[in-house]
Design a protein. Structure first.
Length: 285
């Protein structure tokens, strides 16, 4: 596997490698890689001849400097695993490499309020930072396909909207959430959980599933929301939000619409670790 820290070096390599119409798949990450990330890489390797994975803890999407400091970093282990699975190139740029003129310039995009709700409401500026870094990375890598996880449902919707607004020539592939055997969505932040918090965390997915069942059975969304918050609290989790929104606009649902188009999104605190998860109601097996 090839390792790059500089944009120019990666671009030279890609220019020389992208011959014979070989397609390029790109998987942007913040590192501390787990099986969820590797599912994205696998998917990319199935479809594309060249696969680039970036590891960059993007400061502009963190609204809390402690969170940024605490974010797990395991570059040695990550690179070993990426080489093992057959990733073509890893890109580990510095902050200066990604933001050569500083971090303040942000293109203004119109997400029609989608960036203001849920994660956007609790992490002001988060999605502006996400859009900024994905745009910059795409400008560097010029990928044919961009692989992202449905685990970050709202992020995926925002990135898709950005790509449409800027008419970027890249196809987005959304990859279903990879979970631990007890249902907890894999996340780099899981490494920060204490034993007690880890034991409580599976209640997130259990509650999402039970809520989806209730919605399908016709229980009104507000009632399900209230019930779910109680369930989470009983499991010693502190829900920040538990929202039932439509899959396309991410707006709170009207109960007259079809639950199969709804997705349940939640953010909870397990002690001092913030976890997010979601479940499209239609996906309930
Ligand atoms: P992150 O390193 O957390 O920024 O995640 C990088 C990419 O991996 C994003 O597109 C995430 O949505 C995706 N991802 C993270 N966790 C999972 C998971 N459990 N299953 C599927 N994709 C994931």
């Amino acid at each position: 596997m090839h390792l790059f820290q500089r944009t120019a070096d990666l671009q030279t390599f890609l220019r020389n490698t992208r011959t014979h119409n070989r397609s390029l798949g790109f998987v942007p990450t913040m590192g501390a890689l787990h099986a969820g990330h590797f599912r994205l890489i696998e998917r990319a390797l199935q479809q594309d001849q060249i696969v680039v994975c970036s590891i960059f803890v993007n400061p502009t999407q963190f609204n809390n400097s402690d969170d940024l400091k605490r974010y797990p970093r395991t570059p040695g282990k990550d690179l070993e695993a990426l080489a093992r699975v057959g990733c073509t190139a890893a890109f580990l740029p510095s902050v200066e490499e990604i933001y050569p003129t500083g971090t303040t310039f942000k293109r203004s995009l119109d997400f029609a309020g989608m960036d203001q709700r849920m994660e956007g409401a609790y992490r002001p500026g988060h999605f502006t930072g996400v859009a900024q870094v994905v745009h910059r990375l795409l400008a560097i890598v010029e990928a044919d396909r961009l692989y992202m996880g449905c685990k970050d449902f709202q992020q995926l919707a925002i990135v898709q909207s950005m790509i449409r607004q800027l008419a970027l020539p890249v196809q987005v592939v959304g990859v279903p959430t990879v979970r631990e055997t007890d249902g907890l969505a894999m996340s780099s932040r899981n490494a920060l959980l204490s034993k007690t918090a880890r034991a409580a965390a599976p209640a997130i997915y259990q509650t999402l599933r039970a809520a989806a069942e209730r919605l399908r059975a016709g229980t009104p969304p507000e009632e399900v929301q209230e019930w779910a918050r109680e369930q989470l609290a009983q499991a010693s989790l502190r829900p920040e939000y538990f929202e039932i929104v439509d899959q396309v606009r991410l707006e709170p649902v009207k109960k007259t619409t079809d639950p199969h188009n709804w997705v349940i999104c939640t953010a909870v605190w397990a002690e001092d670790v913030r976890l997010i998860d979601n479940l499209p109601v239609a996906e309930l097996a």
